[in-house]
Design a protein around this ligand. Structure first.
Ligand code: SAM
Ligand code: DTB
Ligand code: SF4
Length: 335
């Protein structure tokens, strides 16, 4: 049995990443089998509850107000519509529902009150409820926890060194600070990044090093490949070859054995055999549904066909944490 470690060195991670591909996949699969049910894959559903018009300058993002990407700005959705979408996602086999807002940070206003209601509503559907709303303070994290939030997504995106090449309107430390607020509130941390931003291999290693040496490994680690969007500065970036994506997933699996590794944005450019290699290499979560936040994702039915072909099964909600189910929501209930 391998240990859960928080003292990885850059050299160790680089040595793993650079192994010959098939032996690397075998090693990752072996670790995977020790910590997870092989072939069980979490299905997460994504919904953009507030779209576009964002003040940040993330060079990859179609929702940044400063780039002309054709994304239609949409105010915060009504709670009822969000719960309708969550119910439909659950019926399709999703065990986690993630609500995304194109905000730089959360403000303590009526929009946040409404998100709190959405969190309570989705939690009551017995799904793992997740939000990605930008930066949050410790008191905002506690409010989300009290409402029953299971996980909070906030990506470090790339290495500390490459970060400023991609985003200038907030710092790497701002990002890490939000992750700390999430962790302290007892919410599961979901944090990963993007490959294909024009980073070097050393930046990919640096990103995994930061994640693997956090005080606790994130509950889930989304590995996105850039979805190039016309109008953004990265629109013409080169496509990431499938073997580099597989390496990234295998390395994440080996250094963070217990985490869910999510094969996230970019699946539309992958064949089923390429995705199968990623599942072999330790990916055990996907976003399913015809749309990510604003860009297309594989059709739900073709994903279900892939599950059938590869013998994958959807993972049940709260499978790893049954005793904590609804814990936060009940904690502050009046006696
Ligand atoms: N505004 C919040 C934030 O930045 O944390 C939440 C939503 S933001 C769209 C969530 C994540 O989506 C980003 O951190 C980034 O990793 C990912 N993302 C955005 N645009 C992408 C793209 N074109 N390709 C791949 N991933 C992307
Ligand atoms: C994550 O790591 N990937 C998701 C989710 N977290 C919020 C977002 C992917 C967005 C891809 C671009 C878009 O659809 O707008
Ligand atoms: Fe805004 Fe998030 Fe997009 Fe950055 S990634 S521009 S913060 S929506």
């Amino acid at each position: 049995m391998v240990d859960i470690r928080h003292n990885w060195t850059r050299e160790e991670i680089k040595a793993i990443y650079e192994k010959p591909l098939l032996p690397l996949i075998l090693e990752a699969a072996t670790v995977h089998q020790q910590f997870h049910k092989f072939g069980e894959v979490q299905i997460s559903s994504l919904l953009s509850i507030k779209t576009g018009g964002c003040s940040e300058d993330c060079a990859y993002c179609p929702q940044a107000a400063r780039y002309n990407t054709g994304v239609q700005v949409q105010a915060l959705m009504k709670t009822e519509e969000v719960l309708k979408a969550a119910t439909a996602a659950k019926a399709g086999g999703a065990s986690r529902f993630c609500m995304g807002a194109a905000w730089r940070e959360v403000r303590d206003n009526s929009d946040f009150d409404r998100v709190i209601d959405m969190v309570k509503g989705v939690n009551a559907l017995d799904m793992e409820v997740c939000c990605t709303l930008g930066m949050i303070t410790d008191s905002q994290a506690e409010r989300l926890a009290d409402a029953g939030l299971f996980a909070y997504n906030h990506n470090i995106d790339t290495s500390a060194e490459h970060y400023n090449e991609v985003i200038t309107t907030r710092t790497y430390d701002d990002r890490l600070n939000t992750l700390e607020n999430v962790r302290k509130a007892g919410i599961s941390v979901c944090s990963g990044g993007i490959i294909g931003l024009g980073e070097k291999v050393d930046d990919r290693i640096g990103m995994l090093l930061t994640l693997a040496n956090l005080p606790e490994h994130p509950g889930s680690v989304p590995i996105n490949t850039l979805v190039p969007v016309a109008g953004t500065p990265l629109a013409n970036n080169e496509k990431v070859p499938f073997d580099e994506l597989t390496r990234m997933i295998a390395t994440a699996r080996i250094v963070m054995p217990r985490s869910a590794v999510r094969l996230s944005a970019g699946r539309l450019d992958l064949t089923i055999p390429e995705q199968a290699l990623c599942f072999m290499a330790g990916a055990n979560s996907i976003f399913a549904g015809d749309k990510l936040l604003t860009t297309p994702n594989p059709e739900f039915n073709s994903d279900m066909e892939m599950f059938r072909l590869l013998g994958l099964t959807p993972k049940a909600a709260f499978a790893d944490t049954h005793e904590h189910h609804h814990h936060n929501a009940l904690q502050h209930e009046p006696a």
